[in-house]
Design a protein around this ligand. Structure first.
Ligand SMILES: *Cc1c(COP(=O)(O)O)cnc(C)c1O
Length: 363
């Protein structure tokens, strides 16, 4: 029986051609594909600037540094997210301050942000979790009222929209990832996008080891080697050329899942808020307490050749960020949530097989 991975990139366009082009011209480090990918990605997001970098974690780090976040500062982040969201804050010497999730999307609950703002808070860092956009108007009005920056972590949400506007274009600055399991895959890679030229320039300089733009081998600031290679940019650009078909396929996948699972009352299926166009990075189901435990369900599905993944473990439960404070909504979602295989290589019969296997674990 064919194994079904939880995520897998599909290279159906110019990926191979562009990579071979890099090889033939012996231009494998930062080069013309970076510039093309940056330009096309900024256009896609509807922002003026895009700075390519080595991965999504680096993109978050660069964005925070460009905003001037440093030691003593606090940055508001969701507890239910990938660890990089908080780690990037820690790299700056600042402190991530956690906020609980809203129940339906798992996104940071805007209503719980104000209680976390102190005189040290400098930025709010919402994550468009699993491809569903956050309530950006609510977040931005809180940020405006308190004079805070907004940095969007859009690593899981390429192409998602809030009230018709693309994620990544609403905050002061935003970060994307092109890891192999993301919506646009490059192998490794990240992008910082912004409309603010000053922020873009700062991010670009720090990405390129701090080198002066006017004098090679002259380093006015301490930067990082966070360059994306020309090869990774070549793959990313080829993927971006296919983004509309990729997003359509993901919408189709969600429809198939909804069709096969819609009449099972013990499952809570993903929702799309009125304001949102979600891109279904992961199709998630939340198991009712009457069902077998989540990890048991995952093991039984693995025996049938179907890989799944648990929800993120809330960051306040991890050793570096251990907190006595409770975050009941995030903890509850994390305990009962499963991400089912979601990638463009899946066909309707695969989704049928996945759903049948899931339902069999209940009996
Ligand atoms: C994947 C991811 C990142 C980090 O991206 P990498 O390219 O793996 O460094 C950051 N934030 C979120 C929410 C992610 O899902």
């Amino acid at each position: 029986m064919r194994k079904i991975p939880v995520a897998s990139p599909v290279f159906a366009g110019n990926e191979k051609k562009y990579v071979e082009d890099c090889m033939e011209r012996a231009w494998i480090s930062f080069g013309d594909y970076n510039r093309k990918f940056e330009k096309a990605f900024a256009e896609f997001c509807g922002t003026r600037f895009a700075v390519s970098c080595s991965n999504g974690t680096a993109a978050l780090h660069l964005a925070l540094l460009a905003l001037g976040v440093g030691p003593g500062d606090e940055v508001i982040v969701p507890t239910l997210t990938y660890v990089s969201t908080a780690n990037a804050v820690s790299y700056c010497g600042a402190t991530p301050v956690f906020v609980d999730s809203e129940p339906l999307t798992g996104n940071m609950d805007a209503e719980k942000i104000c209680a976390k703002i102190t005189s040290k808070t400098t930025a709010i860092l919402p994550v468009h979790l699993y491809g569903h956009p956050c309530d950006m108007d609510a977040i931005k009005s809180i940020a405006d009222a308190h004079g805070l920056f907004v940095l969007e972590d859009a690593a899981e949400a390429h192409g998602a929209e809030y009230k018709g506007q693309k994620v990544g274009s609403m905050g002061d600055i935003s970060a994307f990832s092109f890891f192999a399991n993301k919506i646009i895959a490059g192998g490794e890679g990240g992008m910082v996008v912004t409309d603010n030229e000053g922020l873009a320039t700062k991010a670009r300089q720090l990405m390129g080891v701090g080198q002066s733009f006017h004098k090679r081998y002259w380093f006015p600031v301490i930067g990082y080697n966070y360059r994306m290679s020309n090869i990774h940019a070549a793959i990313g650009l080829a993927q971006l050329e296919q983004v509309e078909t990729i997003l359509e396929k993901r919408e189709q996948l969600a429809e198939w899942y909804n069709l096969f699972l819609g009449n099972i009352p013990q499952l809570t299926l993903p929702i799309e808020k009125d304001y949102a166009k979600s891109v279904n990075w992961m199709y998630n189901v939340i198991l009712a307490d009457s069902l077998p435990e989540r990890d048991t369900v995952m093991e039984l599905m693995a025996e049938e050749g179907i890989e799944t993944r648990p929800f993120f473990y809330p960051l306040h439960t991890m050793p570096p960020y251990k907190s006595k404070e409770g975050f009941p909504v995030a903890e509850d979602l994390a305990r009962r949530g499963i991400s089912l295989p979601t990638h463009v290589g899946l066909e309707k019969k695969d989704v049928d097989r996945i759903c049948s296997a899931l339902i069999r674990t209940f009996y």
